[in-house]
Write a protein that binds this ligand. Structure first.
Ligand code: CU
Length: 183
């Protein structure tokens, strides 16, 4: 009886040890997949405070190797679209995950892109070190009001990076009731 009890206890202990390990592995796999693939849930990069009409956006330069790292949140050449209702407060947390410097500036959705952008379409909608770029792991924040309504781009301000495809779409919408992130 004692031996059986010990065996049961060992078996139970084995289950206790095995399930969390499997769960950890699954979580790690999901995180790894998320870092490598641009398609997952739309809340990954966006937090909405509807009552306050405020949206916070995490903007990573070089989120994975898409377009040779010349991407924001894995998007390039306008293949992702952030939409924000007109008049909402926008907070952007920028971080550069690349080995080379990057920055960000909001420009009109208009081609061709300037080789060296320096004039944001909305006041305060640009990072520090716009031309030189923010170095590896460097961060900055942007806070601005989403107005006027229109079609914009978030573009890297380092010379040549925008024309190389380092931009995603940003729409200020008079019709949208809530922010969204299409990717
Ligand atoms: Cu760049």
């Amino acid at each position: 009886m004692i031996g059986f009890g010990r065996m049961a206890a060992v078996a139970a202990l084995g289950v206790c040890l095995t399930i969390p390990a499997a769960r950890r592995a699954a979580v790690h796999l999901a995180q790894h997949r998320d870092a490598g693939s641009p398609v997952r849930d739309t809340t990954t990069f966006m937090t909405v405070e509807a009552a306050a009409k405020k949206v916070s956006i995490r903007l990573y330069a070089a989120y994975g190797s898409q377009n040779g790292g010349m991407n924001f949140n894995g998007g390039s050449r306008g293949n992702q679209t952030i939409t924000v209702p007109l008049g909402w407060a926008v907070h952007i947390d920028f971080q550069n995950k690349d080995a080379i410097p990057h920055s960000a500036i909001l420009l009109p959705d208009h081609m061709p892109l300037p080789m060296q952008p320096d004039n944001p379409a909305i006041a305060r909608a640009y990072t520090k070190d716009l031309t030189a770029g923010i170095p590896t792991d460097g961060t900055d924040t942007m806070d601005f009001t989403a107005q006027p309504a229109g079609n914009y781009l978030i573009v890297c301000g380092v010379p040549g990076h925008g024309p190389s495809g380092m931009y995603i779409k940003f729409v200020v919408s008079a019709d949208a009731k809530a922010p969204s992130y299409a990717r």
